[in-house]
Design a protein around this ligand. Sequence first.
Ligand SMILES: C[S@@+](CC[C@H](N)C(=O)[O-])C[C@H]1O[C@@H](n2cnc3c(N)ncnc32)[C@H](O)[C@@H]1O
Length: 307
Amino acid sequence: MNGLKDEHIPVLAAILAGQISLPQDGVMVDATIGHGGHSFLFGKQLGPKGVILGLDVDEKTIQRAQLTLKDLKCRVILKKSNFADIDMQMRQYGIEKADFILADLGFCSAQLEDEEKGLSFMQNMPLDMRLDKSLSTTAADIVNNSDEKSLADLIYKYGEDRASRRIARFIVESRQNEPIETTGQLSNIVCKALARPGRRWTKIHPATRTFQALRIAVNNELENLKILLDKSEDLLAVGGKIAIISFHSLEDRIVKYNFRQNADRNIYKILTKKPIVADRQECLSNPRARSAKLRIAQKINKYETTD
Ligand SMILES: C[S@@+](CC[C@H](N)C(=O)[O-])C[C@H]1O[C@@H](n2cnc3c(N)ncnc32)[C@H](O)[C@@H]1O
């Protein structure tokens, strides 16, 4: 792309590009513009009458996307916005229907490294996790103020960690000594909670699930995704396609359910019976691709109300 140090490599890009072709005057809504890598690929298919509307909750990524997309021929509109407001943003720019809606969920590699975001358990940073700085609750607020049962429920529900009760107990005990303010502190507490004599961590870091749970809660990720999917059905042109790349099973389940429901109502045709995953080569060159799952559906009919 542009050779910058914190470059984000778009996942499943070649496969996606093989599945979607846009007309020259097509409209793409990239609900998670990030660094603009995916949009750049599709933007090359568009002529001067084509449009890309790119949304992101993180102002910083929008600046990066501007750089990536600056030489495209089509009109590029980039806006700081939650994709839950996709309908409002499309209306604001006079876009009635989209030929392609893409959401590549989660976060960019650069956001993981960004101290301000406070997402990483591999580095010591302030425990924040808000991708959108206008949100009011940080991960530190949750771990320092929630009661033990609510914490355990959250870690179980959004992290699917069976040791959630034990982790919550360790968090509550630890914060009695001092507030938990950094990702390093939280990571150490979770490691202690899960340590057993002779146990070695092989597949994933022990704090992975707890961090995932907090990030989902802080950013209201699952609710926003449901809203995006519900609204997209109406915002797609007939013949248009929606593609969602998810990174954990909670997200993937929501996408699968939405596509199935719309297929049952004869509104969508599901183009990916099973989610598309990255091949070995891509997983080796881009570790983020390992957990990526891509689902695509095409709108075949409008929903008609009979009254
Ligand atoms: C994996 S990155 C997207 C990368 C992008 N496809 C690219 O090629 O550069 C995910 C992006 O989604 C953004 N994001 C997460 N939740 C969002 C939401 N609810 N609304 C809008 N953007 C969101 C993040 O800030 C992040 O920039």
